[in-house]
Design a protein around this ligand. Structure first.
Ligand code: KG4
Ligand code: ZN
Length: 347
């Protein structure tokens, strides 16, 4: 039996999971979300994040082991997110993983967080490895920290074909939510308000003009929303939101228009990528923003009209989690690609 313990602390989730690579299934997937700690700041405070990881890491790792009904002696390797992420947060996971590897004489695997998201589409709802994921496929990976498109040739074989030139799409949801006084994280609340407006587009926020590029840019969209709020007289550039002005109706209209605009932007880029790589079998969407049902349905329609499969993992494997880290660790372990104990935060 080959059991890989996965540890993820790159941002605001302290997570641990166990993947059984002989049965090809996630045995446990434990997580402590720091959302409540960062809510009052309207975004992630790096120092608060690292301190919370230090407080929770041993509890979460123990929880993952207990739920898998194993002890540290049973695992064969520890996989830990090495990069990218908040340096202080990454360090907590890396030091903890190194400690386990040294004390228990286990192999160590440094994992790229983006790579873990890419292969999260291999995980089904019950944690078993899907064997129907077609290769090669396009992967749109969208979270609060990144927006990228990959051409995924096979397991552990992929290349970047597009990325954001400035902000990530999740960041656009989070920043607009903050502008509207709706709190952090923005994606879920924006989706909820947009649904109440039947996903209508009221403000026609700007879509990408270049329809052939595979790169993204969301900073202009953020600014467009800001100036729309100024124009509507609900936002002052010096003092921020004018109390009592941004009523619920307006919040819903902005939320709905923003979501439709972002979904359209993804559709434009996916159509361009399918033109450039017509032989791919399908498209996957991963990362926190892939929890969004409206975007999933929209992109699924784009793909089915072109005869391509569309897949996205269940929400628990879209947002940051350690199951995807343990899975990529297991794929690397199969090939003997272990890391050295000198493993440090990557660049
Ligand atoms: O992957 P993730 O958990 O962490 C990062 O690596 O950033 O993604 C978090 C991001 C946040 O920006 C959050 O607003 C967004 O995912 N998100 C959503 C939804 N749920 C989470 N965005 C749109 N719709 C959602 N339902
Ligand atoms: Zn992530």
């Amino acid at each position: 039996m080959c059991l890989v313990l996965g540890i993820e602390t790159s941002c605001d989730e302290t997570a641990a999971a166990v993947f059984d690579s002989s049965k090809k299934v996630v045995l446990s997937n434990s997580l402590f979300s720091q959302i409540a700690l960062h809510e009052k700041f309207g975004g992630i405070m790096p120092e608060v994040a690292s301190r919370s990881h230090v407080e929770k890491i041993d509890i979460i790792v123990q929880d993952a082991l207990d739920k898998a009904n194993i002890t540290l002696d049973d695992i064969s390797a520890v996989a830990v997110t090495q990069t990218p992420g908040l340096v202080g947060s990454l360090l907590v996971g890396i030091c903890f993983a190194k400690g386990i590897a040294m004390a228990k004489n286990k192999k160590l695997l440094g994992i790229n967080h983006n790579e873990a998201h890419i292969y999260s589409s291999l995980l089904s709802d019950d944690g078993f490895l899907r064997n129907d994921v077609p290769f090669s496929h396009l992967c749109l990976s969208v979270s609060g920290g990144h927006t990228s498109m990959f051409l995924v040739h096979d397991r552990e074989k992929y290349e970047v074909i597009g990325q954001t030139l400035d902000d990530a799409a999740g960041e656009a949801f989070d920043k607009v939510s903050k502008l509207l006084g709706l709190g952090y994280p923005g994606g879920p609340v924006i989706e909820k308000l947009a649904r109440e407006m039947d996903f209508k587009d009221f403000f026609d926020f700007p879509r990408p003009r270049d329809r052939t590029s595979l790169d993204f840019s969301f900073s202009g969209l953020k600014t467009a929303v800001l100036y729309k709020l100024v124009e509507l007289g609900v936002y002052d550039l010096r003092s921020g939101i004018i109390p009592g002005k941004a009523d619920e109706e307006l919040q819903k209209k902005v939320a709905s228009s923003l979501l439709v605009c972002i979904a359209d932007t993804f559709a434009i880029r996916i159509k361009a990528a399918l033109k450039k790589f017509p032989d791919v079998a399908g498209v996957s969407m991963v990362g926190g923003v892939a929890c969004n049902k409206y975007i999933r349905n929209h992109l699924s329609g784009v793909c089915s009209r072109r005869g391509k499969a569309f897949l996205a993992p269940p929400p628990k494997f879209c947002t940051d989690n350690a199951a995807m880290v343990a899975l990529v660790g297991a794929l690397k372990a199969e090939r003997g690609e272990y890391s050295l104990f000198s493993l440090d935060v990557g660049r």
